[in-house]
Design a protein around this ligand. Structure first.
Ligand SMILES: Cc1ncc(C[n+]2csc(CCOP(=O)(O)OP(=O)(O)O)c2C)c(N)n1
Length: 514
């Protein structure tokens, strides 16, 4: 058995049984091994940003790392932006990056580069496997590293001769440690803040935003009068009717400082003290009032649910019911398309157990509130701020959860980075409805131009924020990749097409003229 097959068998044996791939010559032995090993689902993506974003979506929904297969330094570099996003989301990921045969590297062939140096900034674990007898053990170590809590990026570089020479056979993967319990002191400090009688906020992310965490935090809030809020963006939030609703720290600095004003205590549950996305002249970087004290109840790699449970016990909240959303969903909007109308219709039509992937940028800013009473669903955000994640993320989430409808909320500017995710959705028959908000501009940057104090924009500056001339035709772009779609210009059309997209299995795209 060669090194490549030893590695594939190690991956499958270690529970890594999906590989998002964009291969080249140096990965041919890995590709060939896929046919000799049962149990690995391999998904071809036509750009590495789709590969790595899909691996992120898969990990968020399955809680297992996917493997990626990338072609030397340039392939990895193409995938780095979404590796950055996955890193910020604490998604486990095992990148397999092919390299030249070890003896070929010294000749500086066209594709030779320093792959380790490219990988390091966004990988917790990087190794070039030196020979075919080591690759299985290195693969096992990469899987273990990716599963280290709260989830890490492991990048394993596979020289071609490491793949084709005689290997060791598969290696065993060590089991992952459970999350560490938090100290009693951390629980006591949080309880003291809650009992202080001073304004107190519980700021949550990570596992705290799943059903169990929400329920515990909801009980604590109901018992103590503390406020609850989620970080600005979160890898996965369970929400909708019957669940505790959390606002998010707003993106806009003035709104965020207003929401956080007057607080004396912030209990951090997986979260950090809130910081502005960007610095702006004359605005603060830290969003909480300067005299607000942060209290770390649990870090992301600790037992967040156990910590909330212990805090609920400490403040006697277990028997206090949490306040959950039980108002009816909004009614569908009619008439002109506006962000508010879209939010209402989305809240009305979202199917039970949907996975919502949010890269709607300015159009979607107001969608969170009207979907609070929608049917229960999961909401995935971009954690790293690098746009071009939405459609790949949806692709990976749909691979992980074939029985759930995925709804992608996508800005037109963001869509154009990784649009070819649609082709993978069509090829794999993934159940994804994409709502493509076509405002034909980088709308957010118009506001940012003013916010950073760049002065009155001229024609050249405005041209950099304009996506018209030529207008993008997303229905035909999707059609060319095998995804049916429609353009809508009224809310009635939107409602009908969304219902159609939800009812029909498989990918569907709605270009929404906003
Ligand atoms: C990789 C990357 N490049 C550039 C940016 C800067 N950027 C942030 S939002 C944005 C435009 C988003 O446009 P669109 O998706 O159409 O949403 P809109 O602002 O129109 O609502 C850009 C270019 C970024 N965040 N990430």
């Amino acid at each position: 058995m060669n090194g490549a097959e030893s590695l594939v068998r190690t991956l499958v044996g270690g529970g890594v049984d999906v590989c998002f791939a964009n291969p080249g010559t140096s990965e041919m032995h890995f590709v060939a091994a896929l046919d000799r090993v049962e149990g690995m689902r391999c998904v071809l993506c036509l750009f590495e940003g789709v590969v790595t974003g899909a691996a992120d979506g898969y990990a968020r929904m399955s809680e297992q790392p996917a493997a990626t297969l990338l072609h030397l330094g340039p392939g990895l570099a193409n995938g780095l932006a979404n590796i950055h996003n996955a890193n910020k989301a604490s998604s486990p990921m095992v990148n397999i990056v092919g390299d030249h045969a070890t003896y070929h590297r010294k000749y500086d062939a066209p594709l030779t580069s320093d792959i380790e140096a490219l990988a390091r900034p966004s990988s917790h674990w990087v190794k070039t496997s030196p020979d075919a007898r080591s690759i299985a053990a290195d693969g096992a170590a990469a899987i273990a590293a990716s599963r280290k809590l709260p989830g890490q990026i492991a990048t394993l570089i596979l020289p071609a001769d490491t793949a084709w020479n005689e290997g060791s056979g598969p290696a065993e993967v060590v089991t992952t440690a459970l999350p560490k319990p938090v100290s009693h002191d951390a629980v006591a400090e949080a309880a003291k803040a809650l009992r202080s009688g001073e304004p107190c906020l519980i700021l949550m992310t990570g596992r705290a935003l799943r059903q169990q965490g929400l329920d515990l935090a909801g009980r604590i809030a109901a018992k103590t009068g503390a406020r609850l809020i989620a970080q600005g963006s979160n890898a996965r939030t369970q929400r909708g009717r019957g669940r505790v609703f959390l606002e998010r720290v707003p993106y806009v600095v003035d709104q965020a400082t207003k929401v956080l004003s007057g607080l004396k205590h912030i209990i951090l549950v997986g979260a950090k003290m809130p910081v502005a996305f960007f610095a702006y002249p004359d605005k603060p970087s830290l969003l909480a009032p300067p005299d607000a004290q942060g209290h770390v109840l649990a870090r992301l790699d600790e037992d967040i649910i156990g910590a909330l449970d212990a805090l609920a016990e400490e403040v006697g909240a277990h028997s206090t019911p949490a306040l959950v959303v039980n108002d009816p969903p909004p009614t569908k909007a009619t008439g002109r398309i506006t962000p508010e109308a879209l939010g209402a219709s989305l809240g009305a039509l979202l199917p039970e157990n949907a996975i919502v992937v949010d890269e709607a940028v300015t159009t979607g800013r107001g969608f969170f509130a009207p979907t609070r009473s929608a049917a229960p669903h999961d909401w995935l955000s971009n954690m790293g701020g690098s746009i071009g994640l939405g459609m790949p993320l949806a692709t990976g989430a749909a691979v992980a959860c074939p029985d759930r409808k995925v709804i992608t909320l996508e800005g037109d500017g963001s869509a154009m980075y990784t649009l070819q995710a649609l082709w993978t959705q069509a090829r794999e028959g993934l159940d994804v409805t994409t709502l493509l908000f076509s405002n034909r501009s980088y709308a957010i940057l118009r506001g940012e131009l003013a916010n950073v104090g760049a002065g009155n924009p001229g024609r050249k500056a405005l041209d950099m924020l304009d996506l018209g001339s030529p207008d993008l035709d997303f229905v035909n772009l999707a059609k060319g990749m095998g995804v049916p779609g429609a353009r809508v210009t009224t809310m009635d059309e939107f409602n009908n097409r969304l219902a159609e997209g939800i009812a029909a299995p498989g990918p569907f795209l709605i270009e929404v003229a906003v």
